[in-house]
Design a protein around this ligand. Structure first.
Ligand SMILES: Cc1cc2nc3c(=O)[nH]c(=O)nc-3n(C[C@H](O)[C@H](O)[C@H](O)COP(=O)(O)O)c2cc1C
Length: 338
């Protein structure tokens, strides 16, 4: 059924079908066609002090403004991450900026954090009837200098704090110039210390601990992963999300759209993301959980991420190619493995 719908949707430019699909899903939800909005029963896990009904989540970027929370929840995800959201609304990069590479089951995007700003997203969170686990992914506006990035993350952290089960700090999008600089050395340490300190204040203020996860890129050398793992262990981040999209297009060379600028996701990323998870698991304090994401297109792929050391997984591109069936398959596969 999804295959038929997908073939029809794929006739449109990628971003048009994205909106068509999400709006149809929303409409189906409003008409009651999706049934009860409930996580599929799966392997329950406690991660970051939160009880997840199943370990399969929706990755950031599909619902950047939190406009489709209830409709997406009806598909059975164990958790939903919305955003990336920035302090102020911004249009993102000029279109076209989203490309499908169906032969490779891949996607290249250079959206550039198109979003309507954090106040609009929070309004949508308030309006949603979803009672499940929600992560809010925060970023910086494109016109905020990288040296001042902490200011934007602080705005995001403060505003999102009372609305999220966890907050993700995205320092790994390839489509905001300079952002990935924040992954290294003193820049990384300084940013994490600032956020940790603010989190401490917010705990006092709200009487509730909201974990902060850090999302990283797959384009890291072994030495860079070792250094970052050291910093994450020292600062004791609450979780690591690995990985974002890759700038390495070697796996799709020669295919239509392969030369488009932006980050590549989907099947061409599967192995690399799993490797990054495996290395962080080996190098980082074992108490810090990893959320594995990147090229999960089957239940087996989801289980491979858990085997490499992740405690939870997220999907994005696989969901575009396989639809809601992928969520079911991943929940089942990870349940069987106990
Ligand atoms: C169109 C598109 C938009 C994305 N936007 C975001 C985003 O706003 N924030 C973020 O942290 N990750 C974003 N991502 C990255 C995904 O969350 C995920 O980390 C990456 O695509 C790898 O997973 P996948 O292979 O299952 O897609 C985006 C990915 C795609 C394809």
């Amino acid at each position: 059924m999804y295959k038929l719908l997908r073939d029809a949707l794929f006739l449109f430019p990628a971003e048009t079908s994205h909106h068509l699909a999400l709006n149809s899903l929303k409409l189906a939800g409003l008409l009651g066609a999706l049934g009860k909005s409930q996580a599929l029963p799966g392997k329950t896990v406690r991660v970051m002090g939160i009880d997840f009904p199943n370990p399969v989540g929706l990755a950031a970027g599909l619902d950047k403004n939190g406009e489709y929370i209830d409709a997406l929840a009806a598909l059975g995800f164990g958790f939903i991450e919305i955003g990336t959201v920035t302090p102020r609304p911004q249009p993102g990069n000029p279109k076209p900026r989203l490309f499908r590479l169906p032969e490779a089951q891949g996607i290249i995007n250079r959206m550039g954090f198109n979003n309507q700003g954090i106040d609009y997203l929070l309004e949508n969170v308030r309006k949603a009837s979803y009672q499940g686990i929600i992560g809010i992914n925060i970023g910086k506006n494109f016109d905020t200098a990288v040296e001042n990035a902490a200011d934007d993350y602080l705005i995001g952290l403060r505003k999102a704090y009372s609305h999220a089960h966890y907050i993700t700090v995205n320092i790994s999008s390839p489509n905001t110039p300079g952002l990935r600089k924040l992954q290294y050395g003193d820049d990384l340490k300084r940013l994490l210390e600032i956020l940790r300190e603010e989190q401490g204040k917010l705990v006092q203020q709200h009487g509730r601990y909201v974990p902060v996860a850090i999302k990283v890129a797959p384009d890291l050398t072994e030495a860079e992963i070792r250094d970052m793992a050291g910093v994450f262990s020292t600062v004791q981040i609450d979780a690591l999300i690995a990985t974002n999209t890759t700038l390495d297009k070697s796996a799709v060379q020669g295919l239509l759209h392969a030369d488009e600028q932006g980050g590549l996701s989907g099947k061409p990323l599967t192995q690399r993301a799993t490797e990054v998870i495996r290395q962080f698991r080996a190098d980082m304090d074992s108490q810090i959980p990893i959320i594995g994401v990147g090229g999960i297109l089957s239940g087996q792929d989801a289980q491979a991420k858990l085997d490499a050391g992740a405690s939870l997984v997220q999907v994005y591109s696989g969901f575009i190619y396989r639809g809601p069936e992928l969520v079911r398959e991943c929940v089942e596969a990870t349940k069987k493995a106990g």
